[in-house]
Design a protein around this ligand. Structure first.
Ligand code: ADP
Ligand code: ADP
Length: 232
């Protein structure tokens, strides 16, 4: 049972080609890592899935993306979000003047199922610091707390797939590890599928079931995490 299938996706920013035919799939309930050097095309792949290439001056020039068996190329990012794809962007963008709780409300806007209040309570149980600071402005949180909020906001949409772009960026190793442990617990509780872009390959292979390695806009290697760990 495949939740996400990317078939031969090509994309460019103006004249600059970024993806040269990327194919990958995410089985329902699994976590898949997207690895590779800076500029390999990891973020662009995430943007292609989320329908966010356009706002970054890019375009999809070939290939298909299917979410739950449904072609999503050409749908806008809001429509894709409402189908159940949540995006945690690089840099944990949030509304720094809004409170923690208000930022969670922003995530709930993409929700199509009832039960937002229950989900919010569960987010606060999962990340107790967010519950404690629910009335604080998001901009006053630490980097790790902001990352938890960005993940919590994604969860508010009750997604079946979460795209996580470099959540470790700028965080201390212990904080990053803690957040991946929280994500592992979330996966166990919800069977939410995850596509994880991560610079720290060791950590990503520990958390994910399988991985794709990108180089210059192409998949050059793929496999189960266990095999990739043994044979880097
Ligand atoms: P990665 O996430 O693996 O670091 P990216 O997907 O960000 O790689 O980038 C792939 C290629 O596309 C790189 O050559 C990068 O410079 C280029 N690129 C990424 N974003 C933009 C953008 N907004 N405008 C122009 N070029 C971009
Ligand atoms: P970049 O800084 O990489 O160019 P953008 O500012 O274009 O990124 O935004 C990337 C994504 O983040 C978009 O989906 C946009 O709607 C969202 N976004 C931008 N600013 C905020 C914000 N303050 N809070 C929440 N989401 C935001």
């Amino acid at each position: 049972d495949v939740v996400l299938a990317v078939h031969g996706v090509e994309s460019a920013y103006g004249n600059a080609t970024a993806l040269r035919g990327v194919s990958l799939s995410v089985a329902r309930g699994s976590a898949v890592a997207l690895l590779g050097a800076n500029g390999a095309g990891k973020t662009t792949t995430i943007r292609a899935v989320a329908g966010l290439l356009g706002i970054h001056g890019g375009a999809l020039t070939g290939g298909e993306v299917e979410f739950n068996g449904r072609p999503v190329v050409g749908l806008g990012s809001h429509s894709i979000a409402r189908l159940g794809v949540a995006h945690v962007p690089e840099g944990r963008l949030m509304f720094s003047g809004l409170t923690v709780e208000e930022n969670l409300e922003v995530g709930a806007a993409a929700r199509t199922t009832p039960g937002a209040d229950e989900t919010r309570s569960w987010v606060y149980e999962t990340f107790p610091i967010l519950g404690e600071r629910r009335r604080s402005a998001a901009g006053l949180l630490s980097g790790g707390e902001q990352q938890m909020l960005a993940i919590g906001r994604a969860l508010m949409a009750d997604p079946s797939l979460i795209l996580l772009d470099e959540i470790s960026l700028g965080l201390a190793p212990l904080v990053t590890r803690r957040i991946f442990e929280d994500l592992a617990a979330i996966r166990e509780q919800t069977s939410t599928s995850m596509l994880v872009v991560e610079q720290n390959a060791t950590l990503a292979l520990e958390f994910c079931d399988s991985a794709y390695i990108l180089e210059n806009g192409r998949v050059v290697h793929q496999g189960l995490s266990a095999a990739l760990r043994d044979d880097p």
